[in-house]
Design a protein around this ligand. Structure first.
Ligand SMILES: [Zn+2]
Length: 398
């Protein structure tokens, strides 16, 4: 069966409706993934339950978007407020499903077989779903699950020819994307400065970009992601909002500190290694651009105490003696940042030249993954435009 035959059989409007609802349902599943994968729970069992009280959620209360509106954003069981993230992710699922259909399926010649069109839709929509899940997980937990990044690389390689990308270029792109981040920002950075500049998750994510779009795609994602992350950081600064670590990450650190205070050697080790720099995002690129444009307040004038994050930071580091807040996880070149606030809290701490400014800096860290992912979605949907307008140099004419 060819696409032409399908469109003769089913009105396009109906088809679009079905595709949109299909996307909403997958968006609903994404909510499960975003909640459960970081907590190492199965995404299949048990069935959905209320995150507040644990009651199972009836299927009719689990209809994407509709249930949220009918229940006015509250759980039926216990009245707990439901995060607007749930309908938002569902709508994103619906919108991306429709967008993949419009851009990739309707763009095919009518003589294309329905099977091939479905494979193209399935591959591109799966990429979208994985990227959205990864973006929300990274924003909340500051890590990118291997299941998504490595799984996405595999899927990208296996479906490369569907996109007209030669297999070798897909493999080369995956390697280039990974090594392009790993070598300068992790290997060299660690070798020279004793810490990681970016997370391994970012390297895998760039590998994914390369597997799907070839190495120029990885280059684009890295730079467009960095620019967008910087714009975001700049926007926060203009609005006077101090970026904070996500609540889930702060909880994790607080738990580690509690365990370390109780004498747990493993927790101490985890804190000493800094749970945020090992395998996770450091937004090195974002900081690099911030410094480039003179956006960093603590690096230049050492005035870290004006930030609203400082008051919340101090009691915490005062409680946990070996607080990770003063780990050497801060950006390079901040050695001049030491000022007075360090004296009162860092009494028993073995930190040498950068006492307290590291606390607000750590809380100011922005995950980089969501910005890389935004760039990859732009590349997916607007590649033709980008190729002809923005990056003619990256994709030379064949
Ligand atoms: Zn409940």
């Amino acid at each position: 069966m060819r696409l032409d035959d399908l469109f003769d059989l089913i009105p396009l409007g109906l088809l679009r409706g079905v595709i949109f609802v299909f996307g909403l349902l997958w968006g609903s599943f994404l909510n499960v993934v975003i909640y459960r994968v970081p907590r190492e729970l199965s995404v299949v069992r048990p069935a959905s339950h209320c995150p507040a009280c644990g009651e199972p959620i009836a299927p009719w209360d689990n209809i994407p978007v509709v249930s949220y509106l009918l229940l006015r954003g509250r759980a039926r069981c216990c009245g707990a407020r439901m995060s607007p993230r749930y309908p938002l992710v569902e709508l994103i699922g619906g919108a991306l499903s429709l967008a993949v259909f419009e851009v990739f399926v309707l763009g095919l010649p009518g003589s294309t077989s329905v099977g091939r069109a479905a494979a193209i839709y399935g591959a591109d929509f799966a990429l979208c779903l994985g990227l959205v899940a990864a973006a929300f997980i990274d924003a909340e937990h500051m890590y990118l699950p291997d299941a998504i990044t490595l799984g996405g690389i595999v899927l990208g390689v296996f479906t490369a020819t569907l996109r007209g990308l030669p297999l070798t270029e897909s493999l080369l792109g995956a390697a280039a994307g990974f090594v392009g981040v790993w070598f300068p920002f992790i290997f060299l950075y660690k070798g020279l400065l004793g810490r990681t500049g970016m997370g391994l998750g970012d390297a895998k994510l760039l590998g994914l970009a390369g597997a799907w779009f070839g190495w120029p795609g990885a280059v684009f994602a890295l730079f467009a992601g960095a620019v967008q992350g910087t714009v975001y950081a700049l926007g926060l600064r203009v609005l006077g909002i101090e970026p904070k670590l996500p609540a889930a990450v702060l909880e994790e650190i607080a738990e580690l500190e509690k365990a370390a205070a109780a004498g747990d050697e493993e927790a101490k080790k985890a804190l000493a290694e800094d749970p945020l720099t090992e395998d996770e995002d450091d937004a090195f690129i974002v900081r690099f651009f911030q410094r480039l444009f003179g956006l960093r307040r603590d690096a230049a004038n050492g005035e870290g105490d004006a930030s609203p994050a400082t008051p919340s930071a101090e009691p915490e580091s005062a409680v946990g003696g070996t607080s990770s807040a003063s780990e050497p996880s801060t950006a390079a070149g901040e050695t001049t940042g030491g000022e007075t606030t360090g004296g009162e809290t860092s009494g028993g701490e073995p930190t040498a030249e950068e006492p307290e400014p590291s606390a607000p800096t750590m809380r100011a860290r922005i995950p980089f993954g969501p910005f890389l992912i935004l760039a990859m979605l732009e590349l997916l949907f607007a590649r033709d435009w980008l190729e002809s307008h923005l990056l003619p140099a990256l994709w030379p004419e064949p």
